[in-house]
Structures are given as C-alpha cells and as structure tokens.
Design a protein around this ligand. Structure first.
Ligand code: SF4
Ligand code: SF4
Length: 378
C-alpha cells in the first residue's frame, strides 16, 4: 500500500492511493462552545438537499449531544472499538489508523468499519434531552460524573484521505481537484455500500428508492459562486466559518481557517487517529473533562482550550471568531484594524465588518420625541 503523510497524526501512514492534493481544500471551523443545538443547520440542509423520496431519514448535517447522542446509533463507540487501542507520543499517533488496522486484521478490506442497521438511523438524538417517560413529582436522578454535555455538529469531512473513496469498488467516489470536495457519481454508484461501511463518521447514506449512496456535497454550487454552505449561513449561534486550508508549512495567517487551525491551533480535527485527514475542525468545549476530549480531538486539546480562554486579549483571534456567521460570502482573507475585524472575498472586496467590542448606547431617560420615560438596563 502507498504511504502518505498525514500532518494530523504527524507521521506517514498507509492509504490505498498515492497522495494527490487538490489545488485548494474546502474546510470549516465549528466553535462547539457557541452551539445551542437549535438544529437550524440540520433543517437548512434538509430543506435544500434531502427532501426527496428515499431521503426521509437522511440528515447530511446533524447535531448530536455528546457523550450519549449518536446518528447513527453508537457510530463512534462502534468504530473506536473496532479500531482497538489508540496511543499518542506527543503529537505523533503511535496506534493504527482504520486503514492500517484493516491491512493487519481484515484481509480484502481497505478500512475497518461496519454498516449500521436500518434502525440505527431511525431516532437521531434519542433520549438525550428529554425524559423517557412520565416523571413523578419530587423525582430526581443522579449521574455518575459531574454533569456536562456538549453539542457536536457533524457533516462530511471532505477528507484528504477519504475512506469512502478508497473503499468504492466502482470508483464512483472522487475528490474534486479544484476544491477537494468529495462527491459520489450517482450514475456510477451501484449501491454496494462499501463507502458506508468504511466511512468511520457514517456520513454516507443509502437511498432505498434510487438504490445508490448519497452524502453531503458541501453545497458545491454555492462554493463555486463564492458563497458559504447553507448550514454555515443559517447557523443561529454563528459558530461556523468556511475557508481554504493549506498544509501547515504553507499556512496563510490571513485565511480564517488556516489562522484558527495552524496559527493559533485552537481548532482541532475530529478523531484524527482514524487517519482520514479530515477537513472540518472544532474548537473544543471548555467545560468538558480533557480525557474525554483528548480521545476525540487528539493531544492538543488542553493547549487549544487555553488559547481559546485568552481570546479576549487576542484581537486577531477574537476578530475571526466574530466573523463567524457575519456574512453569506466566502471569506478568503481577514484583517483586524482599528477595533474591527474585516473579511475580504477572492477579489479583495470587503464582505464583512464587525466591531471587536459591541458599542453601548445610553439613551436619555426621557425621550422628548415620544414623550416617554426609558429605562437603560446595564
Ligand atoms: S467523512 Fe466519510 S463520507 Fe466524508 S469524505 Fe470522509 S470518509 Fe468520505
Ligand atoms: S444552527 Fe448553529 S447553533 Fe444551531 S444547532 Fe446548528 S451549529 Fe448549533
């Protein structure tokens, strides 16, 4: 098997195809701390792309409440169990990726994985935020750990080393050279579901009516027009921003995603140990115990949280975070000047401007025009 370099695990790894980096790579950063699980992103995507026959159960974008929420049921617990022990030495992953584990243990498969049961997709977020039955007056329950939970926003990661693409016997899955978006050719697909078995994030979904597989398309018709995807622009919590990501050595500190991932290292890949080189990054939740977060986002979690906590003293970091959700346009570059964060499109035109500090207006107590008294609440 060819060897490719995966910077997220700081080493070379085995992958069925030689590295073929796109001209530029679609990416996004989600700030978990700001998500309120309103599912507006989920429905924006659903209305746009999966309102057809056979797509009823599909949520290309979903938001699940960790640690007990899943879509499909148990997806990450199941894959982590199949992968076996995982270990890091510093920034280097010393365990096996899903490709290496398959090469060692599963003859004929490119990645360890499984196909979820139909029922596993049926009830996203079952039992997370609501009681399972009637609650008697005075009843209460206890939990075995200090109470915490957080919302995990999930879309296809448009991976640099996609397991879905590697596993497809029809070569129906391809990575676009112009932007790194991973798509399934609906004409070539025969519905074997090897992509679904191998994607550890379970972000390929099978359509029982058309009998082919489907997945998040990164809203590529919007990206081609310099617009951000629907899930990003509809986000109520303004937790999302899209951008291009480079390799660490070529990072552009004026690109929002490069800045958050490579310059400040505050945004981390999800399950880097899988070995896919994912391109969706997360700012980890600051209130969650680090051991849980380390198994999910790798060894840089504590440093990322410390950096995030200092954002109020870091105008550039604060500026990018405030540009999240500030425009529907794709922000190629940003700058912070005179107390404002400014975003620019590919032509260098300004597309967003936000103040680092919200201005406070104190109105006169008596409004003469309306002849009313006002209260200023501070
Ligand atoms: S997240 Fe899954 S479906 Fe998306 S590119 Fe990666 S392997 Fe393929
Ligand atoms: S729209 Fe934004 S805040 Fe609401 S669930 Fe989605 S990511 Fe979270």
């Amino acid at each position: 098997m060819p060897r490719v370099y995966n910077w997220q695990i700081n080493r070379e790894m085995e992958y069925p195809y030689p590295a073929a980096a796109p001209q530029r790579q679609f990416a996004a950063v989600f700030d978990i701390n700001k998500c309120i699980a309103c599912q507006t992103c989920t429905l924006a995507c659903k209305n746009a792309w999966t309102a057809g026959r056979g797509q009823e159960y599909m949520l290309w974008n979903n938001v699940e409440t960790k640690p007990y929420g899943f879509y499909p049921l148990g997806w990450d617990v199941n894959v982590l169990r199949l992968l076996g022990p995982q270990s890091w030495q510093g920034d280097t992953y010393t365990g096996m990726t899903i490709f290496e584990a398959a090469a060692k243990n599963e003859e004929g498969r490119v990645a360890v994985g499984y196909i979820p049961d139909e029922q596993d997709w049926a009830t996203p977020n079952i039992g997370e935020d609501e009681a399972a039955g009637l609650v008697q007056g005075g009843a209460y329950f206890t939990l075995p750990h200090p109470v915490w939970s957080f919302y995990l926003q999930r879309v296809c990661n448009h991976c640099s080393y996609p397991a879905c693409l590697a596993a497809c016997p029809r070569k129906a899955i391809y990575k676009r050279p112009e932007d790194g978006i991973v798509l399934i050719d609906q004409e070539r697909c025969r519905g074997y579901r090897e992509c679904l078995r191998s994607c550890p994030f379970k972000k390929v979904m099978y359509n029982q009516v058309t009998r082919v597989s489907e997945k998040c398309i990164a809203c590529y018709p919007r990206v081609e027009q310099g617009l951000q995807p629907f899930c990003t622009i509809n986000c109520i919590g303004r937790i999302r921003i899209n951008g291009w990501i480079q390799q660490p050595a070529e990072a552009d500190p004026e690109s929002p995603v490069d800045f958050l991932v490579h310059a400040r290292k505050v945004a981390l890949p999800l399950y880097p140990q899988f070995g896919l080189g994912v391109n969706i990054y997360y700012i980890p939740p600051i209130h969650v115990p680090p051991p849980y977060l380390r198994q999910m986002f790798g060894p840089r979690v504590e440093a990322a949280i410390a950096t995030y906590r200092r954002a109020k003293d870091d105008p550039d970091l604060l500026g990018v975070l405030l540009l999240q959700g500030a425009t529907d346009r794709w922000i190629e570059k940003f700058r912070v000047r005179g107390g404002e964060a400014i975003g620019y499109d590919a032509r260098g035109d300004e597309v967003a401007r936000v103040p680092l500090k919200e201005p406070v207006y104190i109105r006169p107590e008596f409004d003469r025009a309306l002849a009313v008294f006002r209260q200023n609440i501070t």
